[in-house]
Design a protein around this ligand. Structure first.
Ligand SMILES: NC(=O)c1ccc[n+]([C@@H]2O[C@H](COP(=O)([O-])OP(=O)(O)OC[C@H]3O[C@@H](n4cnc5c(N)ncnc54)[C@H](OP(=O)(O)O)[C@@H]3O)[C@@H](O)[C@H]2O)c1
Length: 245
């Protein structure tokens, strides 16, 4: 894999898929700048990795200025941004009849605006460089909708549309886009679910039988592959599902 000295910015890096991606990219020689809201978690991850390959910053992707600062840290410390991986997301599932409007707003702000804030922060830099790669964690829920997942699915459908349009707008500027679309992955994502029974049901499902969920590393390997491909290759969408699902 050609990742040596690539500079990659990763959001939502304090746990799950983001954390696993940071670790795999660093192991393969990339320089990684990563962010999330839980600073202590970021510090612990950084301590396990070589200093000269990482930088991190407390980042709330729903705040444009935070994402701009994270991307700026990459250019200040490493001089360029080869790829931005917009991974941060939450999944507070509930039926629409529960009327959890605050959670709907948070999903729009994090899952959609977070990706748009990333695009806004990095596009000017990639235009100047004359190349770049923008990725986002989408989901199987970006292709099919389910009861209780209406708003979450809506955000993931939106991310798929946004990255698809972006690729078509920016191909002449040598900017590629990839959505990573996993099925069930055993992570901390259940913690954003407000209803404790629904959270427990999801974790039980993830743990229900062999191969019913992926590991974060399974998905991170896909991200590393997409970033490692040469400029002539565009991995537009990468679906990664449990073999039993
Ligand atoms: N697990 C699955 O089954 C699955 C399947 C398909 C897609 N996905 C997607 O995969 C992505 C990663 O989720 P995960 O499964 O790895 O769950 P996770 O372990 O809960 O990771 C989510 C990450 O997003 C961060 N985050 C949440 N809100 C944020 C905000 N406002 N600003 C910055 N970072 C924020 C969290 O960190 P802080 O709380 O520290 O900010 C955490 O690092 C999400 O986009 C999710 O929708 C997950």
């Amino acid at each position: 894999m050609n990742l040596k000295d690539k500079v990659v910015v990763v959001t939502g890096a304090s746990s799950g898929i983001g954390e696993a991606t940071v670790k795999i990219l660093v192991k393969r020689g990339a320089k990684v700048v990563f962010g999330a809201r839980r600073l202590e978690k970021l510090k612990t991850i950084a301590e396990s990795l070589p200093d000269d390959q990482v930088a991190f910053k407390e980042t709330d992707v729903s705040k444009h200025k935070d994402v701009v600062s994270l991307v700026d840290l990459a250019t200040q410390k490493f001089g360029k941004v080869d790829a931005l991986y917009n991974n941060a997301g939450i999944m507070p599932i509930a039926p629409l009849s529960d009327d959890r409007r605050d959670e709907w707003q948070q999903m729009l702000d994090i899952n959609i605006m977070g990706v748009l804030n990333g695009i806004s922060a990095v596009l000017p830099i990639m235009h100047k460089q004359g190349y770049g790669h923008i990725l986002a964690t989408d989901s199987m829920a970006g292709y099919e909708s389910f009861p209780d997942y209406a708003v979450y699915c809506g955000t993931k459908y939106a991310v798929r549309a946004i990255l698809d349009s972006l690729r078509k707008e920016e191909s002449s500027n040598h900017i590629r886009t990839t959505i990573i679309a996993p099925g069930a992955v055993s992570t901390e994502l259940y913690k954003s679910i407000g209803d404790p029974k629904k959270a427990k049901d999801l974790v039980d499902y993830w743990n229900s039988s062999d191969n019913s969920s992926l590991t974060a590393d399974d998905v991170a390997e896909g991200v590393a592959y997409a970033i490692s491909t040469p400029q002539r290759v565009s991995i537009n969408e990468l679906k990664i599902a449990p073999s039993a699902g």
